[in-house]
Design a protein around this ligand. Structure first.
Ligand SMILES: Cc1cc2nc3c(=O)[nH]c(=O)nc-3n(C[C@H](O)[C@H](O)[C@H](O)COP(=O)(O)OP(=O)(O)OC[C@H]3O[C@@H](n4cnc5c(N)ncnc54)[C@H](O)[C@@H]3O)c2cc1C
Length: 548
């Protein structure tokens, strides 16, 4: 077997990269170790007739430009937006929801605080403004510090003429602040802060009071794949359909997709890649794009001492952080769990949205503190997502499928995730759910528990982090995975990185896959290099704002 490019990993980023390369005439072979595609965004039929969302369960931050380029909607991608997007249980039969319509959310908040209702409009404008800038930057290689400073100083000068210089200058403070500080700045009521806090901590071992949690918040707010900023949707037929549709496009373009094919080695000679070793066989290729964890690719698959990888790179890679914080329990029930009497009137909106067991920012802080000490929060926050309520195709007739996303559950839980600690996780989860539902545990006929340890094994992602590497301030943008590797190229000629451990990071965005393929196509002279410049940034922003 011989390819122009071997792509390692059949997650959605590997598939996106393969598609772009094949669109430009390269012969691509994609190798995936599992028997299914989609990686952390897959829905394999682990139970007959069910599409089990082992990882990602909702879509928002996938780049619409990529969906358009690859013709995904024309090929059957269908989204089912959640509306309300989120509903939180506030105790004593009260709930609060965020809706697609700003007016509707504002009206709901008015019942709690007039001031917060007005602030919510300001809040949405602020994050919408930042997201409109980031949209453009997420589809370009990360800027390094001198580029950022240069761009920022010119943008500030320009902004001062239109009198928004102060506002622009404040954005870095907002992005590095703890989310709890920004929430306190905007809102007075605990209920509204509780409604907005999940985005700042989801997937990460951080508290709302941790520095940089606002950056996590904006990463989760900046989606627009449904056409509505910040709205999340189910992929009809299950999250894995997205990857299957991209895979169909890949096959149309001549990509060979190999399942059950674990790459054991990236073969390097005289500083350049020659191919990979898969299931004991050599596959030759001129180029390789790895979409798996950068440390696995460079420190395990490459014989780095023989490849003479720079010692600084090795040292920095080894110090990267990826302590997974999230687990899932996936539950199949024959009928929906019944809400306790005081919440019964909200049944429909709870099952339509992501229902969250967060009644205050303090609740999340406490859960975090306990997990830091004990490994698992005994009162975790849980996001309850019942796709089958809106999309019956994900479960056989007569069944429902409920995804419980649970935090905090540390990868390095002291017992190493023994049977006893897994049992404890189930008990803690059902205890919390018992505050809102009458019979959740009784109704759960099938149950699958996945901890960060399981994600590590299932997807070869050390630490079992849902974004491969944590998205802390020191591991984003030009520092992702590390400065020397942040532009998708590596010191090994022909080897590129293009998964979640590259900018703009984790989540189902498709962006790292796209950007890595672009980098290779630019190096081959097939595409013209693009540079982020102030005019292009402003144009990108205006396009987003005014939808032209
Ligand atoms: C529990 C959980 C919930 C999440 N929820 C959401 C959500 O709702 N929305 C959202 O946007 N994001 C969510 N995420 C994050 C998102 O799913 C991931 O960040 C994203 O899917 C990663 O995509 P990727 O292609 O970069 O990597 P992966 O999906 O990890 O793909 C890499 C692939 O490479 C394969 N592989 C590894 N080593 C080898 C090898 N040696 N040879 C061949 N193949 C190999 C793996 O099996 C895997 O299929 C969630 C993740 C998890 C785990």
């Amino acid at each position: 077997m011989k390819y122009d490019v071997v792509v390692i990993g059949g997650g959605h980023n590997g598939l996106v990269a393969s598609c772009y390369l094949a669109l430009h005439g390269l012969k691509v072979g994609l190798f995936e170790s599992n028997s299914f595609l989609g990686g952390m965004a897959s829905t394999p039929s682990l139970w007959s007739g069910f599409r089990v969302p082992v990882g990602a369960y909702v879509l928002s931050i996938f780049r619409s430009e990529i969906a358009r380029d690859l013709g995904l909607f024309e090929r059957g991608l269908k989204l089912i937006p959640k509306d309300p997007g989120m509903t939180i249980f506030l105790g004593r039969g009260r709930v609060l929801s965020s809706w697609s319509s700003l007016d509707k959310t504002v009206k709901e908040i008015e019942k709690i605080s007039d001031r917060d209702a007005r602030s919510y409009v300001e809040w949405s404008k602020l994050w919408g403004f930042i997201a409109d800038i980031l949209d453009y930057l997420y589809l370009n290689p990360p800027l390094n510090l001198s580029e950022v400073l240069d761009l920022a100083s010119r943008a500030l000068r320009l902004a001062s003429h239109v009198r928004i210089g102060g506002f622009i200058e404040d954005i870095p403070r907002i992005l590095i602040s703890p989310a709890s500080r920004i929430l306190n700045e905007f809102f007075e009521s605990e209920e509204v802060k509780a409604l907005l806090v999940e985005d700042a901590v989801v997937g990460e071992l951080v508290a709302p009071s941790s520095i940089g949690s606002s950056l996590v918040l904006v990463h989760h707010y900046m989606g627009n794949i449904t056409g509505v900023r910040g709205q999340w949707a189910y992929v009809a037929g299950g999250m894995g359909r997205l990857s299957e549709i991209i895979a169909d496009r890949c096959r149309e373009l001549g990509v060979d997709i190999h399942l059950n094919s674990r790459v054991e080695e990236i073969i390097v000679k005289n500083g350049r890649v020659l191919g990979v070793k898969v299931n004991g066989r050599i596959v030759e290729s001129r180029f390789i794009i790895s979409t798996i964890d950068a440390r696995v690719a460079l420190l395990k698959l490459v014989k780095w001492d023989e490849a003479e990888l720079d010692k600084t790179i090795v040292r920095k890679l080894r110090s990267l952080k990826s302590i997974g914080a999230s687990s899932k329990i996936i539950v199949a029930t024959r009928s929906l769990p019944k809400l306790r009497r005081e919440y019964e009137e909200f049944t429909d909106r709870i099952y339509r949205s992501s229902a969250l067991t967060i009644d205050s920012v303090e609740y999340v802080e406490n859960a975090y503190r306990e997990a830091i000490v004990k490994g698992i929060s005994s009162k975790p926050w849980i996001s309850i997502n019942t796709q089958s309520y809106l999309d019956p195709t994900v479960a056989p007739e007569g069944w429902h499928l409920i995804s419980l996303f649970i935090q905090y559950t540390r990868y390095d839980e002291p017992s190493g995730w023994s049977e006893e600690s897994r049992r404890r996780l189930i008990d803690y989860t059902f205890n919390v759910l018992g505050e809102y539902f009458e019979d959740f545990s009784v109704k759960a006929e099938k149950l699958l528990v996945l901890t960060p340890k399981d994600y590590e094994v299932m997807f070869n992602a050390p630490g079992g982090h849902i974004f491969h590497l944590s998205m802390n301030l020191d591991q984003v943008w030009a520092y992702r995975p590390i400065l020397e590797l942040s532009k998708y190229r590596t010191p090994i000629r022909g080897l590129y990185l293009g998964g979640s451990s590259s900018h703009p990071g984790g989540g189902v965005t498709g962006a790292p896959g796209y950007l890595s393929a672009r980098s290779l196509l630019e190096d081959l002279g097939i595409l013209k290099p693009r540079r982020v410049s102030l005019p292009s940034l402003i144009l990108g922003f205006l396009k987003r704002r005014f939808r032209f």
